[in-house]
Design a protein around this ligand. Structure first.
Ligand code: GDP
Length: 325
């Protein structure tokens, strides 16, 4: 594959070239990885910065409906929108495949939108790298907004928050008990909580739920880097396309503030550092899981199980003997 040619086509916003490049970053083949790495290096800093929006919510809360409506609202404003997904495969049991085009029919036919379903990789680390690199490719291809969707389980929110400029949490109207069901860590990540389905019979419950979350957000640690009224909760109806314009205004207000006050660049820099360190960690682990280190690790594990070595002594031996090589 001619990497320079692929680069030029991506810079000219060629969608097929973008799709091919994403396939390349998804590949596990060693030669593909080398090409992907070269391509990303050549594209580094080339595009304008997109607004990267992370979006999380449990299956059924209305993520695809929201992306369809919100994405269309943005393209109607003349913005180009890409949709990516971080989907640890264990979450598939929830029944929805993230970023699936059939879930966003209108948007998938829109020439200013690009939707990429999540790849079937089970390892979250692999999915994270692939998505992060796909984000960089979409940015080089001139997209204005990149929506990164994930389900509300496990670690995938952290992964998405670490590659987003803004993080949205989509919730359904619910009784007071439900509030405790949202983990504090996820609440802390959210910049804007959107209580969806604020329409019809559900509207009063949605308004009450929103007030509950607004109260809960006020109890969280203050963020000196953000305006005082953030993070905030608001109601939307993805189906009736209600509240979406207001939500977009809030997102712009927050991102504008962060840009003006230097927090945007600082956040991206911290994220770049985080991913560098994460890659090193992953690389070290991968190295340790190859032969002969893998056999040595299995042998040492047995020694530890039998009480013939302490865990820390065995770990030290493992690292001393196998990291230098
Ligand atoms: P996802 O699994 O989070 O992607 O959720 P979906 O977008 O597939 O929506 C799940 C269900 O909720 C579907 O039956 C939608 O029609 C419904 N839904 C989504 N958004 C809204 C909304 O704003 N109001 C109402 N009443 N229902 C909605």
């Amino acid at each position: 594959m001619d990497i320079a040619q692929l680069r030029d086509k991506i810079l000219k916003q060629d969608r097929r070239a973008l799709a091919r490049a994403i396939t390349l970053v998804e590949s596990g083949r060693e030669d593909h990885r080398a090409q992907a790495s070269e391509l990303l290096e050549q594209l580094r800093g080339s595009g304008k910065q997109a607004l990267r929006i992370g979006l999380s919510g449990t299956p059924g809360v209305g993520k695809s409906t929201f992306i369809e409506s919100f994405g269309t609202l943005l393209t109607d404003k003349g913005l180009r929108v890409a949709v990516l997904a971080v989907d640890p495969s264990s979450a598939r049991s929830g029944g929805s495949i993230l970023g699936d085009k059939t879930r966003m029919e209108r948007l998938s036919r829109n020439k200013n939108a690009f939707i990429r379903p999540s790849p079937s990789q089970s390892h979250l680390g692999g999915v994270a790298r692939r998505t992060r690199e796909a984000v960089a490719l979409c940015e080089a291809a001139g997209f204005d907004v990149i929506l990164i969707e994930t389900v509300g389980v496990g670690q995938s929110e952290t992964v998405v928050a670490e590659m987003s400029d803004l993080f949205l949490l989509l919730l359904a109207p619910a009784g007071g008990d439900e509030l405790q069901g949202v983990k504090r860590g996820i609440m802390e990540m959210a910049d804007v909580i959107l209580v969806n389905k604020a329409d019809g019979d559900l509207k009063p419950t949605a308004i009450r739920t929103c007030a509950d979350y607004a109260g809960a957000l006020r109890l969280l640690r203050k963020r000196p880097q953000d305006p005082a009224d953030f993070p905030k909760a608001m109601t939307v109806s993805a189906i009736e396309e209600d509240g979406l314009e207001k939500a977009w205004e809030e997102m712009q207000a927050l991102s504008g503030w962060r840009r003006d006050n230097g927090h945007w660049d600082a956040r991206r820099a911290a994220q770049a550092r985080f991913w560098f360190e994460e890659e090193v960690r992953q690389g070290l682990l991968a190295k340790l899981l190859q032969s002969p280190a893998r056999e040595a690790m299995a042998d040492l594990a047995i020694e530890v199980e039998n009480g013939d070595a302490t865990p820390s002594r065995a770990a030290r031996r493992m690292l001393e003997e196998h990291l230098a090589s």
